[in-house]
Structures are given as C-alpha cells and as structure tokens.
Design a binder for this molecule. Structure first.
Ligand SMILES: [Zn+2]
Length: 113
C-alpha cells in the first residue's frame, strides 16, 4: 500500500531528526497533506499506527493538516480549488488541469521533549 511506504518514510525522517536534535520523546508530528497528493488521509493515520507499533515512537501522534489543492485549467486559465474526485474545470468543464498547490506531503512540525 502506498500510504504504508509514506508512513515508513516519515518515521525514518523523524527518527533522523530526533537523533540529530537529541530529542527524548516525540509527542506529535504535524503533517501537511495536499488534497492533490493522492494520499487518503485516514489510510495514512491507520498506517501510522501500524508503522510505529513496537518502535520508540509508538506514542507519537500523527496530526494531519489538509491543504487545499489549487489547479489551473489549461483551456480557459481559470484557477480553482480542486480535489481528486472532481478533476475538471468548474467554469468550462475542461480536463486539462495543471496542479499548482496541494500535491505535497510536508512535515510541518515535530513536537518533542
Ligand atoms: Zn476551464
């Protein structure tokens, strides 16, 4: 599953940062999830639980912040908030869209002691 690999990567990144910064306990990770990233937020939280089980991070919460996806229609130039369920232009129904924002996953904050 796609989300499992992502959680694994997040855990490795956080682990690297925690070691570098000598963080004892990581309480919470805030992750920005773009609506056009193709990631299903609740799969991500499910996978997170599976990935951290039995690791030093098993009490670390993963908080998601959903970021609106902005797309531009290549036919009429209209820019609008898009989601993966409705990938067409609301103005002209064009389907040649260029995603502008909301395609990334970013670790925004690590809360630690
Ligand atoms: Zn359009």
């Amino acid at each position: 599953m796609h989300e499992l690999g992502i959680c694994d990567a997040i855990l490795k990144t956080v682990d690297g940062i925690a070691k570098e910064e000598q963080l004892e306990v990581v309480n919470k990770i805030t992750l920005e999830v773009g609506m056009l990233s193709g990631v299903v937020p609740h799969f991500l939280t499910d996978c997170w639980q599976a990935v951290i089980d039995g690791t030093p991070y098993q009490h670390t919460a993963l908080e998601l912040e959903l970021i609106n996806g902005l797309a531009r229609c290549e036919d009429c130039g209209h820019e609008f908030s898009a989601d993966l369920e409705k990938m067409y232009c609301p103005k002209c129904a064009g389907r040649r869209l260029t995603p502008l924002t909301g395609t990334d996953l970013t670790i925004k904050e690590i809360e630690a002691e």
